[in-house]
Write a protein that binds this ligand. Structure first.
Ligand SMILES: O=C(O)c1ccccc1NCC(=O)[C@H](O)[C@H](O)COP(=O)(O)O
Length: 217
């Protein structure tokens, strides 16, 4: 299998340096730090800086927000220096573009107005400036739900990405990720709950098993 075909992996919602180390050892391509205060996986600026310093070269750090104030996002950019931003709330294109950094736009598949292939495609096209489109399950908590969505809803998006990377998220586990990859053939997969022993506490065994399942897909 060529590198171009390899499905990349992001583990999201890390809160402990030992979990960053376990994810890196397992071979993840990216880690996600959550700056949404209502999340059980939220990290402070000082905590995030420590976690960021535990990440070696060639593993990227994504900073994740939900309807954050501009100055909060800017503080994370200034103090944590993430490689990529990720927006999970109701952020509009001009807001996402305003920070002058690459951003991933997350779409909550199944949300009102995002519950048909056509409506999802229309919404995606509004974020043509995004470096990648991430498709996650619709949940009241905006993300990290542990629930999957019907991949059929991506049927129109898959042929309209203009080669833009598609990231698949939402309830992925070691048992389901290979079938999800074969169904969608995403650029990357993103996981949080499925590799945890408790919210925000990652399991090194589950992370390693997840990466092995992705590699076997
Ligand atoms: O992880 C969270 O608690 C979270 C809260 C609010 C917005 C986004 C959040 N996570 C971002 C992610 O990209 C998750 O990896 C994604 O939602 C998938 O989570 P899971 O279904 O638990 O694998």
């Amino acid at each position: 299998m060529t590198t171009a075909q390899r499905t990349r992996v992001k583990v999201c919602g890390l809160t402990r340096p030992e979990d960053v180390e376990a994810a890196v050892q397992a071979g993840v391509d990216a880690i996600g730090l959550v700056f949404y205060p209502s999340s059980k996986r939220a990290v402070s600026l000082s905590q995030a800086s420590r976690l960021r310093n535990a990440v070696p070269p060639f593993v990227s750090v994504t900073a994740l927000f939900v309807n954050a104030a501009v100055d909060q996002v800017q503080a994370v950019i200034d103090q944590v220096a993430p490689d990529v931003l990720q927006f999970h709330g109701d952020e509009q294109p001009d807001y996402c573009e305003g920070f002058g950094k690459r951003y991933i736009r997350a779409f909550r598949v199944g949300a009102p107005g995002l519950d048909t292939p056509a409506s999802l495609l229309d919404e995606c096209r509004r974020y043509a400036s995004a470096t990648a489109w991430l498709f996650d399950s619709y949940s009241a908590g905006y993300g990290g739900s542990g629930h999957a969505f019907d991949a059929q809803l991506l049927s129109k998006v898959s042929s309209a990405t203009d080669s833009r990377p598609v990231i698949l998220a939402g309830g992925l586990t070691v048992a389901t990720v290979a079938d999800s990859i074969r169904a969608v053939r995403p650029y990357a997969v993103d996981v949080s709950s499925g590799v945890e022993s408790a919210p925000g506490i990652k399991s090194s065994e589950k992370i390693a098993a997840f990466l092995q399942s992705v590699a076997a897909a």
